[in-house]
Design a protein around this ligand. Structure first.
Ligand SMILES: [Zn+2]
Length: 303
């Protein structure tokens, strides 16, 4: 991105440095992402769009593809690895023996539409992973839970014609990207949040709005677009969640995953730009997964 852009490399370096200090770090299985197989990116994005992005990547300097989204030399590598991480994660959880995987990747993906890069996003990483789980592993139904502070316009646009994928997105409203509001199919479930709303609203709203949708859909895998920019310290928006709210919503998603799909979850990093809160939120998110894994192991030992 441009210099001093909020979607900066320090997001990942600070996340990784903070995770390394966590007591659970050694218990994590770390997998180096591989670049996405183009076949699966083309399942969401037209070949011409992919070629266009490849052609735009500059050898020097940067090219703006949207008013706040830029390509630099090497950007396409990151874009292919970020999409590939989602495929690797599905391989781990559906094709392997992991119960849950978190992808620490950038650029994010949930604003990218099939033919449009926008909002710091180029490929719809989560939609590509969902399509892979459905078409490669033969799942019949998946659900995407997106708790980023911005609406998942890209995920919606990529999957609005595929009712196998339930898309639940919470977001500050009215706010960027201000789209996909009217005439949506039943498998797209918007959950608007007023600005300056604390975490108590989401606790009730997911019960009233998302749980009935999940009950109807009966997902066989839950994918999470994990954006952490609703935090009160994140200047990207004006929602006032605390770090503990991310632990809470992670626990809620996990409960849903146990109810419908043996706890199977694939989580991918989306937004989250406050370097003072993003690492803590990610650690809280992963900590729920790991804590639960330890509790399960303990109960097995006790049995
Ligand atoms: Zn966001």
């Amino acid at each position: 991105m441009t210099d001093h852009h909020p979607e900066c490399p320090e997001r990942l370096t600070k996340i990784m440095a903070h995770l390394e200090k966590q007591p659970f770090y050694d218990d994590l299985k770390k997998v180096q992402a591989t670049k996405a197989d183009r076949k699966w990116v083309e399942a969401i994005h037209p070949a011409g769009y992919i070629d266009q992005l490849e052609g735009l990547e500059p050898e020097h300097g940067l090219i703006m593809v949207d008013h706040d989204t830029a390509l630099r030399p090497g950007s396409m590598d990151s874009i292919w690895y970020a999409a590939g991480a989602g495929l690797n994660a599905v391989d781990e959880v559906i094709g392997g023996d992991s119960r849950v995987a978190f992808c620490a990747t950038r650029p994010p993906g949930h604003h990218a539409e099939p033919r449009k890069a926008m909002g710091f996003c180029f490929f719809s990483n989560i939609a590509i992973a969902a399509k892979y789980a459905l078409d490669h592993y033969g799942l019949e139904r998946v659900a995407i839970i997106d708790f980023d502070v911005h609406q998942a316009n890209g995920t919606i646009e990529c999957l609005k014609d595929d009712p196998r994928a339930l898309v639940c997105t919470s977001f500050q409203h009215p706010y960027y990207p201000n789209s996909h509001w009217y005439g949506l199919p039943e498998h797209i479930v918007n959950l608007p949040i007023d600005e300056h709303t604390n975490g108590s609203f989401i606790r009730k709203a997911v019960h009233d709005i998302w749980e009935p949708a999940l009950e109807i859909h009966q997902p066989q895998l839950i994918l999470i677009s994990a954006g952490f920019d609703a935090h009160r310290l994140d200047a990207m928006a004006q929602v006032d969640w605390e770090t503990r709210d991310y632990a809470w919503i992670t626990r809620w998603v996990q409960n849903m995953a146990y109810k419908y799909c043996q706890g199977k979850m694939v989580s991918m990093l989306e937004g989250g730009y406050a370097l003072c809160s993003l690492p803590q939120c990610v650690a809280a998110h992963i900590g729920v997964f790991v804590g639960d894994e330890k509790a399960m192991m303990l109960s097995r030992v006790q049995q």
